[in-house]
Ligand binder design. Structure first.
Ligand code: SAM
Length: 345
């Protein structure tokens, strides 16, 4: 079986190893771009394999760098690989791969944080959200310094079916610092359960595929790395706008160690905090003395639904952002008069 698998692999003309190319072109890692290269072919192949069957698929790779993972992706016979890279120093090493696999590799230079992937993925690869997964994958050994803002942006895009997800439920296989990978996938009562766990899990099925030792990267980062695979859910587990969910979840985790009624109460302005918090918990049927990390996604679903009902009835409450005494004063100056003799219905 292994032999057959090897036969199915794309064969390249003889190429220098990525390690040699890095030396030849003096591609020293730039710290500001969080460059930690993976030069061990067994590991780059393992990442490409973790994405599942990518044969005849379009694969978007984020941050190819010198091209180690790109080679392993190309070996698995995708239809096309599209890479997005910020650092132009990798032009020569990526050109070598382009020459080795004519027509297979497209290179885009830019910042993935603001990159509109729907424009570079051919429309014929789209698949309806409710149907099969599209033949499109996103893979990347992400730079640590942007991995959390990037996955937050992409989760928001999954929720709105925008960017790559205008093409359907495009799966992602990405690396994160081990601790972030654990946060993304943490279940209830896990000490890593946090805002990221809820945001990732209500929109996607996500799991850690394997851990890579920090010592496998060049240069070696201080931490180990987790490879996480995400598959967008057909139906999100919370059916409210992303921004609303983000706000409720953010406030719930703003005081981790307290019972959840305390942090959740910060959704409401000081002068009406008690009454609206009671209204929220009564309506959501969530036990107020639960710790935030013990709340299940279903609890968040009911808290978000109850909060959405409240701000529909009292839009001024939705404008409140808990930050400081100043935020409360501002809110009070604008809206307090309406709530002066406020009684709960
Ligand atoms: N894929 C290569 C590997 O595994 O050896 C390199 C991985 S390195 C951790 C991250 C790569 O992302 C680097 O090539 C870096 O230049 C690139 N990068 C950093 N910030 C980026 C950004 N905002 N947009 C696109 N690429 C970025």
């Amino acid at each position: 079986a292994l032999y057959l698998q090897q036969l199915r692999r794309q064969r390249f003309p003889p190429l220098p190893s990525v390690r040699d190319l890095v030396k030849m072109y003096q591609l020293t890692a730039i710290k500001q771009l969080s460059q930690n290269f993976l030069l061990d072919q067994k590991l780059t192949s393992k990442i490409a394999k973790a994405a599942g069957n990518i044969e005849n698929c379009v694969v978007v790779e984020v941050g190819p760098g010198p091209g180690g993972i790109t080679r392993s992706i190309l070996e698995r016979r995708p239809l096309k690989v599209i890479v997005i890279e910020k650092d132009k120093r990798f032009e020569s090493t990526l050109r070598i791969l382009q020459d080795a696999c004519p027509e297979k590799l497209d290179v885009f230079w830019g910042d993935v944080l603001s990159f509109e992937m729907s424009e570079i993925i051919p429309q014929e690869h789209a698949s309806p959200w409710e149907g099969y997964l599209p033949k499109v994958h996103i893979i990347g050994n992400l730079p640590f310094n942007i991995s959390t803002p990037l996955i937050s942006r992409w989760l928001s895009n999954i929720s709105d079916k925008k960017n790559a997800w205008a093409h359907g439920r495009v799966p992602l296989t990405l690396t994160f610092q081990k601790e972030v990978a654990e946060r993304l996938t943490a279940d209830t009562s896990n000490e890593q359960r946090s805002r990221l766990s809820i945001m990732a899990q209500y929109l996607t099925h996500c799991e850690i595929k394997f851990i890579i030792k920090g010592s496998s990267f060049v240069p070696k980062p201080d931490v180990d790395v987790g490879v996480v695979k995400f598959i967008p859910r057909k139906e999100p587990l919370i059916r409210q706008p992303y921004k609303l969910v983000e706000k409720v979840v953010k406030q719930t985790f703003c005081m981790r160690g307290k019972y959840c009624c305390r942090p959740v109460s910060t959704l409401f302005p000081n002068i009406v905090r008690q009454s609206f918090t009671k209204m929220l918990f009564d309506s959501a049927l969530v036990y107020p003395n639960t710790r935030p990390y013990d709340l299940a996604i279903e609890d968040f679903q009911r808290l978000c639904d109850a909060y959405a009902e409240i701000i529909e009835a009292y839009p001024e409450i939705g404008k409140y952002e808990y930050r400081s005494v100043k935020a409360d004063t501002q809110w009070e100056n604008e809206y307090a008069a309406k709530f002066e003799s406020f009684q709960l219905p």
